[in-house]
Design a protein around this ligand. Structure first.
Ligand code: 8X3
Length: 248
């Protein structure tokens, strides 16, 4: 049974991807900050071997220790889904909070690097693996007030391209999925728990569901060796670009 490692698996796209990968025959390492959520997910995946790791991707020492301590039967990670991350605040740069900036750069960029760094020795030794980075439409186009979030996802986009070149000779594929408007906890986190403001983001159109993105991720990571789907942009049906949404 192949093993997939999903970061940020306690909610949203990460959780849905874990469920979809289990359905596709993978056993799972699921990581996140909220143990109860991960335990609930593991219970839902009964029948599939699941190992829970509780860490914050920003904490490099914790990431390294968790990966080092993986039981032997979960060590051969075939697929890494670098999903953990998010947005904090939506303000013009002059009104931005540097603490939000740190959090986005630390999770979305450094966190992705921390987990990748911890898993690469195994992948390079086995000369196989697939790293799927969850980017965003925001990494490929600018929108007002997106500043540091857009920049963090642009970093993910360029890391994906450059990692692909570095790792290709070692038998490791690297790809990126770039979601548009997906209704998850994303906007609640961005607006710091302001549920009304978060709901407004998805008002008047049908946003993507986390499951829609998960299905695409599973398709991407299960192609034959001769195929690399390097990048996918997935928008809501009513969405033409990041902030161009037809609301009815
Ligand atoms: C989430 C999509 O457009 O809200 O990454 O930035 S967007």
């Amino acid at each position: 049974m192949k093993t997939a490692f999903v970061t940020g698996a306690s909610s949203g796209i990460g959780r849905a991807t874990a469920v979809a990968l289990a359905g596709a025959g993978f056993q799972l390492v699921i990581s996140g900050r909220r143990r109860e959520r991960l335990e609930a997910l593991a219970a839902e995946l009964a029948g599939v071997p699941v190992y829970i790791l509780v860490f914050d991707v920003r904490d490099r020492a914790a990431v390294d220790a968790a990966v080092t301590d993986l039981p032997a039967e979960f060590q051969a990670i075939e697929v890494l889904i670098n999903n953990a991350g998010g947005a904090h605040g939506l303000n013009p740069i002059q009104a931005g909070d540097p603490a939000d900036w740190d959090q986005m750069l630390d999770s979305n960029v450094r966190g992705l690097l921390n987990v990748t760094h911890a898993l690469l020795p195994g992948m390079t030794a086995r000369q196989r693996g697939f790293i799927l980075n969850v980017g965003s439409v925001a990494g490929h186009e600018a929108y007002a007030n997106g500043n540091v979030y857009c920049a963090s996802k642009a970093a993910v986009a360029m890391l994906t391209k450059t990692m692909r070149l570095d790792l290709l000779p070692l038998g490791i594929k690297v790809a990126e999925v770039n979601p548009g408007a997906v209704e998850t906890e994303f906007s609640q986190v961005r607006f710091k728990g302001d549920a009304a403001r978060a709901a407004k983001v998805y008002e008047g159109f049908e946003p993507l569901r986390a499951e829609d993105v998960a299905e695409i991720i599973v398709f991407m990571v299960t192609r034959p060796a001769r195929v690399t789907i390097a990048e996918v942009l997935v928008l809501a049906g009513a969405q033409g670009a990041a902030t161009t949404i037809v609301r009815k």
